[in-house]
Design a protein around this ligand. Sequence first.
Ligand code: DND
Length: 386
Amino acid sequence: MQIGILGGTFDPIHKGHIEIAKNALSICNLDKVIIMVAANPPHKTDNDKRTPADIRFEMTKNALEEFEYIEASDIELHREGKSYTVDTLHYLKEIYPDDDLCFIVGGDMLLNLPKWYHVKEIFSLAKIIAFIRKGIDADYGEVVKKLKSDFSARIELVESEIKEVSSTEIRNKIHDSLPVDNLITSTTEEFIHMNMLYLSDEIKSLQEKVKPMLTEKRYIHTISTAITSIKLANKYGADTRKAHIASILHDCAKYVQNPESLCEKYGITLDKYELQEKELIHAKLGSVIAKNEFHIEDDEIINAIRYHTTGKENMTTLEKVIYLADAIEPHRKYDGVKRLRQLSMESLDEAVIASLEGTIHHLNNSGSTIHPDSIRAYEYLKGQEK
Ligand code: DND
């Protein structure tokens, strides 16, 4: 068997890493690739700032579940001290005595290889597969020649089109509530948000506070709505940070005990539709809880929470984004949701109209009363089309 090993910090694992593993499998005829999560990367000094190794491993394992012949390994997590590659290769050689080991690196790493701990031994234990980017990375011909003559190294250079992705950029974008769906898989994005990695302190504290107020299923829905709303806000020019906050809090009143008496306490007047259809109360009450208990002062955010269930006439872009993200996040399952997701990538208004239409149709069919705000939202947007 030919086994590839791609070592790294993976904080977080991204699409560039997955592309390298996939390319290594197909181009270099490997039977499998082991993604080796470094507990304590020898060449890095910012140990305090790094996400704990067990969480990086879980995140990596989670990301790889959908890919065949690529698996995560935690063997470096069971060793004390620095995670030297030479120790890992010795360990793997014991497990796979009859197989060929190939250590995979990016072109940048190749230049530093001579400085690695017991590098000669590394070359005797494994072939090196180095991925270099066509026309961008330096000419490695001389480097490879020298490594071969100095260390009898076995090196295969693979030219690839793999685009540059940086884990630092991903962490910064998540911190700033910006979309990263082109850089990491949706599984990893959900893992990051669920586990509150890389988030700003503001978002993290809101999320920590709202989590115990929700069921597990509702928490997953909330996180998924947040991720979807960031993407939509970015696409349609709304404030992504406001979208993030509004979606984190949009269902905060969903499970309050005795919502009507809480409404009374806050002086909220419920209209006859809300009194009849109790499901509607959580949006109005949620906006007041967001203001009073989560100290959100921004009216745009408060209104996005307030109208996320019914919609309303003349909605702002942020209100439309939260309304739609709540309806189409990937965990939602109902007839027509796929079409709404497609539409949401083409036109925000068209998607909101289609979603309102679906709700009105569904309520009509089930004989329920429709809140006039939804009718007004629908008619207003239809009027705008003309
Ligand atoms: P990094 O944390 O730098 O990798 O670690 C790379 C590996 O080298 C780890 O297993 C370390 O333990 C090992 N190392 C380094 C230095 C000294 C020693 C060992 C020693 O034993 O003395 P990242 O998490 O940043 O990335 C993982 C891999 O993916 C790297 O090889 C990187 O170059 C590569 N990569 C790309 N390659 C091509 N195109 C791209 C890439 N993005 C990441 N777009």
